[in-house]
Design a protein around this ligand. Sequence first.
Ligand code: CMC
Length: 428
Amino acid sequence: MADTLTITDNRTGQTYEVPITDGTINAIDLRKIRVDDGDFGLMSYDPSYKNTAACRSAITFIDGDLGILRYRGYPIEQLAEQSQYLEVAYLLLYGELPTSSQYEQWVHDVTHHTYVHESLKRGMDGYRYDSHPMGRLIALLATLSTFYDDAKQVHDRKNRREHIVKIIAKMPTLAAWAYRHSLGRPYVYPDNDLGYAGNFLSMLFKLAEPKYKPHPVLERALDVLFILHADHEQNCSTSAARAVGSSEADPYVSLAAAAAALYGPLHGGANEAVLRMLTKIGDLKAVPEFISSVKKGESLLMGFGHRVYKNYDPRAKVIKRLADEVFHVTGRNPLLDIALELETIALNDDYFVKRKLYPNVDFYSGLIYQAMGFPVEMFPVLFAIPRASGWLAQWQEMLEDPEQKIARPRQIYTGHNERPYVPMNKRG
Ligand code: CMC
């Protein structure tokens, strides 16, 4: 049996043979299917890329039907159990788990680039205290581009590594300062004695104490949440990073674009939307009425459903367990009961079962964030910090892929044919 697809064009009666590689046909092969010489050739139409692979990638594997997620072959459950975020970031970026000396160097480099230029502090001050911290993070990430002109040398590996380190190092600083600005608290500078998550907690929550000591359970929980959010193959924000980066824009602005995509409530803004939804439901008794409004199409059950997972999101399983550990320290989030009830009803209701709608990563993460003291506006920011390593790994892979060119989809034009300009005084 040949690994080909035979297509008969019933408009012309012609038959074409198209190779199948990795279960995929190359869309450009369709162009040879033409009615006549003047014909542009056949295209495929795939709004929202529901069935189009836009790249080859060796970074993250998802089996949406089986609920499997692996980074570079390692199951997410094992990484969440045994690894640390910075190790996972290295794995995503460089393909292998680091040796101890590689890891030591990597942690050293990231730790020593956490400071940001003082003008960024003044930049942060320019925003209204009640503006959304995600908006500020996106803006300041793009602003970093103006400090590093050499970041434009995107094909220089060494140079790329420097800026990858800088971005991973500075994300928590910008994120923490965005939070402090909302509260009118002085910014806290990074503490190099602390780990990645611990230092972030210090920059967020340190008050007058000379040295901030993160609670080990909360520090570990945050690190695990960072691992779970680090990459998720070709999602909306990663596709944005790849698309913008494909024009050879520098990594700072490419990541600002990715962060902007993440901001939306259907993507990284979903955990914020879940908390707002749970707060609005407010009482266990109101759950059935809310579910019936979802089934009537009046609202979405936020934190449910996924373009790829048609099974329980494996990250949601880890987060549900993590929630117990966190609540043991912080006290139980009262909204948890509403979330559990929504899940129980939804998993047994035909509407959700038929559509294969299961809890995704955002359904329980917000409850943990809230219990740890984060306001809902910070949730997408907390998502963006670790996703930066995934965006950078994907951006780098795209730059090194000889098959990739500037991203430029086609369209089916549905507008007017040519028509003459009408002067204003003659318009109806
Ligand atoms: N609540 C109620 N109905 C839903 C939901 C939901 N959360 N999600 C999908 N559906 C329904 C949808 O109305 C449609 O029904 P019908 O066939 O009758 O028209 C069907 O399920 C298929 O949905 P879809 O919109 O075609 O699926 P999609 O792959 O385009 O959308 C999604 C995926 C994640 C955008 C969507 O499920 C959604 O809006 N979920 C809520 C927001 C959310 O939790 N987002 C976080 C995603 S995971 C983290 C991340 O990627 O950032």
